[in-house]
Design a protein around this ligand. Structure first.
Ligand SMILES: Cc1ncc(COP(=O)(O)O)c(C=O)c1O
Length: 397
């Protein structure tokens, strides 16, 4: 079934919500929503089997033939999983180099303050990517650093960070890499045979297209075993959650049962679509169609094509004084599309997501709606102000 036809079917069943052009929670399939209609007992063997299927299904995406990794689901939103990963994998006497180029990198540094873990930051501002050589230099200058953490796709700008060259620099210096792959895992390739890493965190409501309610940490088993006793927190202890799941098949505390049921259906659809490569192909087409349509209206992307992720794209607000984001947003919503405000500190911007149960046909309708909305607002051209183009020129590569 085409993805817009599916939406029509949902509408016929009285489930009519706007498309979420946001990086999660995102638009989910009707069958994912329907999977939540049944109640499950958390102790029951049926639910334990579902938990095992969920963990296996996520691990399969790594194509880890050696079975070196394991998957530990954690109740809560994605931030809970990132915090659990940092608390569990960084020993209390460890020191972290945090690579920051946006809100989610900043949040990791803030988390480390709460956790009381020593850390230093390379802050590249709103979006400039951290590069391998500068990581190598920082590691050479500070032998006390044990771990490096980076955001895979920095969702606040949409930039795809160069994790391959960062991983090479980290392991060449004998240190350990942790990844916040929240908005990338499930679409962008992250295969241990190509990119070395100790652990990553992601969540149910991103590229696997489930509903919100849990995150997960995927990590080397040796790392999980070594994490025993590191966490400051009972509920965010990856080792303890893993040990309990291994022993009993159960989550330690009330699991989000309906969310897990929905996630298994989301994983089935993910497999049906061709796994990560299939999903990446659809998201890439979504992005290409949407960006071409927006550029045809005069909008400019913050990033040049080489850095654009197929997850979310930042556009500059038009210079025309008749453009006002709040009105643009409301009118887009009235047409059935929820977009996202920008997070740049220097110029005004907004974001449009490419992930979720949507296809190129939907993206064509998004840009059609954007064109109509500009006309309704009396905005003649979506061209950004001069200072936006000066900002963009900073990312020359
Ligand atoms: C890269 C990244 N890290 C962390 C988070 C935080 O996840 P949550 O809002 O589910 O806590 C997000 C959310 O979009 C994200 O994109």
């Amino acid at each position: 079934m085409g993805l817009s036809l599916q939406k029509n079917e949902a509408a016929r069943q009285g489930i009519d919500s706007p498309y979420l052009l946001t990086p999660g929670p995102l638009t989910t399939a009707l069958s994912v929503k329907q999977a939540m209609l049944k109640d499950w007992g958390s102790w029951d063997s049926d639910f334990r089997a579902m938990t095992a299927t969920l963990r296996r299904g996520l691990l399969d995406l790594l194509e880890d033939a050696d079975g070196a990794y394991d998957c530990v689901p954690i109740q809560g939103s994605g931030t809970f999983a990132v915090e659990a990963m940092m608390a569990s994998f960084v020993p209390r006497d460890g020191k972290v180099l945090v690579l920051v180029n946006g809100a989610y990198g900043k949040r990791i540094a803030e988390t480390l303050v709460y956790l009381g873990r020593e850390h230093v930051v390379i802050d590249k501002g709103d979006y400039l990517p951290p590069r391998g050589p500068e990581v190598a230099e920082a590691l050479a200058a500070d032998p006390a650093i044990t771990h490096v953490v980076v955001v895979h796709c920095e969702t606040s700008s949409g930039i795809l960070n160069p994790i391959e060259e960062i991983s090479e620099a980290v392991y060449a210096a004998g240190r350990t890499l942790l990844l916040d792959s929240m908005s990338a895992f499930g679409a962008l390739p992250i295969l241990p045979r190509h990119v070395r890493f100790e652990a990553l965190a992601s969540s149910a409501n991103k590229c696997i297209e489930g509903v919100p309610g849990f995150g997960f940490v995927i990590a080397r088993k040796t790392g999980i075993e070594a994490a025993k006793g590191n966490s400051h927190s009972l509920s965010l202890d990856v080792y303890a959650q893993w040990a309990a799941m291994e022993k009993t098949g159960q989550w330690r505390f009330t699991p989000p049962t309906h969310v897990v049921a929905a996630f298994l259906e989301a994983l089935r659809l993910h497999r049906e679509e061709g796994g990560c490569p299939g999903r990446l192909a659809r998201y890439t087409e979504n992005r290409d169609v949407m960006v071409a349509g927006m550029r045809a209206l005069g909008f400019e992307t913050l990033l040049k094509d080489r850095w654009l992720s197929p997850i979310i794209v930042t556009f500059f607000d038009p210079a025309d004084p008749k453009f006002e984001f709040a009105r643009f947003y409301d009118r887009m919503k009235a047409k059935g599309f929820i977009i996202y405000p920008g997070k740049l500190t220097i110029v005004d911007s907004f974001r449009v997501g490419c992930i979720g149960r949507m296809d190129a046909d939907v993206m064509r309708r998004v840009t059609g709606a954007a064109g109509e909305t500009l006309a309704e607002m009396g905005v003649a051209s979506a061209e950004p102000p001069e200072k936006a183009m000066i900002e963009r020129a900073k990312l020359t590569a």
